[in-house]
Design a protein around this ligand. Sequence first.
Ligand code: SR1
Ligand code: MG
Length: 403
Amino acid sequence: MFENYKALTEKDAVEYARSLPDLFAGDAELANREIGDGNLNLVFHIVDQKSGKSVILKQALPYARVVGESWPLTLDRSRIEAEALKQAAKLVPELVPAVYFYDDQLALTAMEDLSDHIILRKGLIAGKVYPRLAEDLAKYLAHTLFFTSEYYLDAQEKKENVRRFINPEMCKITEDLVFTDPYYNAETNSFNPLIRETVESIWRNHQLKREIARLKESFMTRTQALLHGDLHTGSIMVKEDSTKVIDPEFAYYGPIGFDVGAVIANLFLSFVSHEAHTQDKKRREEYQHWLLDTVEQIWNGFEREFRALWKEHVKDEMWSVPGFLDDVLFQALQDTSGFAGCKMMRRVIGLAPVADLESIEDPAVRAEAEIKALQIGEQLVLKCKSIQTVSDLTNLAREILGK
Ligand code: SR1
Ligand code: MG
């Protein structure tokens, strides 16, 4: 694999798209734009001006785009991503982009163009409401997590999958950037100087770091289900009546609560950021209410669907022991809290911040929001073992913002 790799230029990408079977007619007039704005990859958007047909070509670079060539990165992540998308397409085809073709030399995937959708994070910053979001994400999470777990799969098949989705280099990024670097004075960190005092109090909080060490260990050792692995609001595309989950290049077998926690952390970051983004009090409160309601509906919908799938499909004698499903879900909720907390703190202290907060121009106003995000993150971790219901999470966020 990848012996003939070369990073495509815009011109190369057009020629490549033209050569794909069954996509464009011979006389297609192809226009191309490189639209990748994520941390890692090239993304070409190619449209035939004549027929309106289009395709996305996503190519992995052999380094992290956000940092440059000094941070080499495995091309194998493109295989993982294509395989994870195909796997999800078998389970929830309406919630992921269709993969047309994977090229194992160029580390490139040709996939459905979703340019009638926008990145959820952008929609949330603009204060848009998405009526289908909670139900769609609940279904995505329940189906992808249940059907790839040992609760459903034969133990042998599940272990084969663990092997297929072993993703050590991408996991290392998460181990460093989510579970390690933000909690000491690491070189990769980058934060608003106005919040240094709060950040240093996190670095000194032994109890907090002990809990994060436990969560890191769980992330590294618990092969419960095939995760998306990076399910923030930049990995979700939306329009009014549709939700699509993209970018599973961090996919690997890990604990269920990590994916759920990622979504919830990013909704909480949006919740905090609207203290600054939305000046009108009534509009702000309505929007923040929708965000927290979405958090609750995602968890409740996920739990409902997961229970229904369990009831229909679980056959194993031991998994069927009364109360065991409750234990699995209870653990997943408490993990969700802990992982969400880490994911919030890393976006404030560490490398790769989020636009929700970065787009607050005044550094002093931004610092206020960042400190609130850190306080919520810290409490989600410290209290994770006493969380009983999803309302405990939303109440905690509400209390910290004084709502
Ligand atoms: C160097 S990659 C930085 C971050 O971008 C991705 O979206 C992941 O969240 C990763 O941690
Ligand atoms: Mg990504």
